[in-house]
Design a protein around this ligand. Structure first.
Ligand code: GLU
Length: 465
């Protein structure tokens, strides 16, 4: 995996286009930069959406007049709090927790929690902004939010993780509720953390409010398919993009970056649909396995033992671990960036294109830099932007909320079929929106415009809020 790119300056990353034909949008962008100094990832995410909106502004001057875009760029509420806990050695640790409640026009705030040392307000804000449009694209009644902490779970014992989660929830609980704000997992937050968080919420609130968190364990309110949903959904979306071009997945050679929850279930679904994944990675390097990644071993190493990816190569003959290597150098027809933001830059994109890559679907949030996106689009690569391609995770969270609300639980086949239909519908919406706005095949534009319009129209109905 490449080093994530952090760009410098006024917040215009290499490859970003001028906000053509719209002085208003340029002014909105500069106001966002001024108001949110040093939040580079948030600037990047905002600019990408604004780039798609000039065409909407031209068609709908009413929206501009009522400052809908400015309102959407400003989160409804931002909570920042201290999280104090004691490690196993008895030492006091101090972290910073966040919850950004971005937009509740379509439903309660909904979005994951990320525990990673790199987390800052700008990270959570970019994720919350993306989440708002992603959730709108699902067509389900969920608003957008995101949270997390600069806590590093790596190398921490179960007890330390539990104490951290309990302290984190002791502050966060007052901002949550099944009709108010419903967090879930993201990087560093999986079933174990959701368990500790739910346990503490239940204790403080003194009620069994299943719908307050999603990604729960199957025995206590969780939904089948939620664990698999982001990865499976991204592959369903990829499949739709290929079908739209008269192509299929059968026999395709794929690369999946990362080896966390999204990556593992992306590999699983790619294999089920007849493709072959020959490499995956973590922040220490990548493994190359010409025979195709062996899924049980990958799960054992990453999900059960929580080891580095090198352990995979150590246990399987005929594979290679490339320490510090860039997974995008491995030739493939399909690339699925499923690790983290800005993990695939312009140089990586050029390398993928010259190696014959025909399609990219983003399992992670904003993994491709603006320059990388441009390279793919100019080369005619089918490019499935994250807020559409990875929406299956949060969509299945909304299905979990439905099951909780009706005190029901659905079987695997039914839930997976609902997910598959949702991904098909998202693809159709995005595809048709891109066509309608004169950019056929441009999934970035289609996703940004379709997501924006759903949120904007609801906000319009509510008056000036
Ligand atoms: N963190 C996931 C995302 O980026 C899932 C959020 C959720 O299920 O609420 O969409």
């Amino acid at each position: 995996m490449s080093e994530p790119v952090v760009y410098e300056g006024a917040g215009v990353a290499p490859g970003m286009a001028p906000l053509a034909g719209s002085e208003d949008l340029e002014a909105i962008y500069h106001a966002v930069v001024r108001r949110n100094p040093a939040e580079l990832e948030f600037h990047q995410a905002t600019r990408e959406v604004l780039e798609s909106l000039s065409i909407v502004v031209a068609k709908r001057p009413d929206l501009a007049q009522r400052k809908i875009i400015e309102r959407i760029c400003e989160p409804e509420r931002q909570v920042i709090f201290r999280v104090v806990w004691q490690d196993d050695a008895g030492e006091v640790q101090v972290n910073r927790g966040f919850r950004v409640q971005f937009n509740s026009a379509l439903g309660p705030y909904k979005g994951g929690l990320r525990f990673h040392p790199s987390v800052s307000l700008g990270t959570i804000k970019f994720l919350g902004f993306e989440q708002t449009f992603k959730n709108a694209l699902t067509g389900m009644p969920i608003g957008g939010g995101k949270g997390g902490a600069d806590f590093d779970p790596k190398g921490r014992s179960d007890d330390e993780v539990m104490r951290f989660c309990q302290s984190f929830m002791t502050e966060l609980y007052r901002h949550l509720g099944e009709y108010r704000d419903v967090p879930a997992g993201d990087i560093g937050v999986g079933a174990r953390e959701i368990g500790y968080l739910f346990g503490q919420y239940k204790r403080i609130a003194n009620q069994y409010e299943s719908g307050v968190l999603t990604g729960k364990g199957l025995g206590w309110g969780g939904s089948l398919v939620r664990k698999e949903a982001t990865g499976y959904g991204a592959v369903f979306f990829l499949n739709e993009m290929l079908r739209a071009r008269g192509l299929s997945l059968e026999g395709r050679r794929c690369i999946v970056s990362g080896s966390g929850n999204v990556a593992v279930y992306t590999v699983e679904k790619l294999h089920q649909l007849g493709a072959k994944v020959v490499a995956c990675s973590d922040s220490s390097g990548y493994v190359y396995d010409e025979a195709g990644i062996e899924l049980d071993l990958l799960k054992q190493v990453k999900e059960v033992e929580r080891l580095r990816i090198s352990a995979y190569a150590e246990r399987r003959a005929g594979t290679r671990f490339v320490p510090g290597g860039n997974v995008w150098e491995v030739p493939c027809e399909i690339a699925m960036p499923s690790a983290t933001q800005n993990e695939l830059n312009g140089r990586d994109a050029r390398m993928l294109v010259s190696n014959g890559c025909i399609a990219v679907a983003e399992g992670a949030n904003m993994p491709t830099t603006p320059e990388g996106v441009r390279v793919f689009q100019e080369a005619g690569v089918a490019f499935g932007v994250g807020k559409a391609a990875n929406a299956g995770g949060v969509a299945t969270s909304a299905l979990e909320m439905q099951q909780n609300a009706s005190r029901d639980s659905w079987n695997f086949e039914y839930t997976e079929q609902r997910l598959a239909q949702i991904m098909k519908d998202i693809h159709r919406t995005v595809y048709e929106t891109a066509e309608e706005y004169g950019a056929p095949g441009n999934y970035v534009l289609g996703a940004n415009i379709a997501g924006f319009l759903r949120v904007a129209e609801a906000m319009e109905a509510f008056g000036l809020i």
